[in-house]
Each structure stands twice: as structure tokens, then as C-alpha cells.
Design a binder for this molecule. Structure first.
Ligand code: SF4
Length: 94
């Protein structure tokens, strides 16, 4: 992985809580969208996402926190499952 210049992160100096919003009410959803829109124009988005994917490798959806690289934990989990060599989804016991 190439070095990432984290000093260029657009979330630096922002209210970090926006990237870790919980809840599904309209305010929470608006905050989450605002964070994702910031990520969309962040110059290190690709590296940020790669870093999150590497760090979270092997984790389930519940082990991925916050918005990173413009994706929620749920979206990063879905991305991980689509990548070559991904582990099949674990079956639930009946
Ligand atoms: S992509 Fe988003 S979470 Fe990652 S550094 Fe940029 S603004 Fe922050």
C-alpha cells in the first residue's frame, strides 16, 4: 500500500462525530450524508478506503465502524464480500 498523506484528509478539523453517527432518524441520516459527501471530494479517499479495508480484513459487518473512504461499515462489508477470495457468508445455525 502506498503512503497516505493523512494531513490532506478533509475530515481533519471537522466534527468527527459526523463520521460515527448512530441511529436512523432524519438528523442522523443527514449527518451521515454530509460526511459521505465530504469523503467524495477528499483527495485521499482511495487510500483511506484501502486502509480501512486492509485494517478490517476478516471482520464481519458489526466490526466495521464509522464512515471511511466514503463508505459505511455495512457498505465496506459488502465490498469485502464481492472481492476475489472473499470468505463465503457464514451460515446461521438453524
Ligand atoms: S475519505 Fe473521508 S474518512 Fe477518509 S480521510 Fe477523507 S474525509 Fe476522512
Amino acid at each position: 500500500m502506498t503512503d497516505i498523506n493523512w494531513t490532506k484528509a478533509l475530515c481533519l478539523g471537522c466534527d468527527r462525530e459526523l463520521w460515527f453517527v448512530e441511529g436512523t432518524d432524519s438528523t442522523s441520516n443527514a449527518d451521515r450524508r454530509a460526511a459521505k459527501q465530504t469523503c467524495l471530494i477528499c483527495p485521499i479517499r482511495s487510500g483511506c478506503l484501502d486502509s480501512a479495508m486492509a485494517e478490517e480484513n476478516g471482520r464481519g459487518e458489526s466490526g466495521r465502524y464509522g464512515i471511511r473512504g466514503g463508505l459505511s461499515g455495512k457498505q465496506r462489508y459488502a465490498l469485502a464480500r464481492r472481492r476475489p477470495g472473499a470468505q463465503p457468508k457464514q451460515q446461521r445455525a438453524a
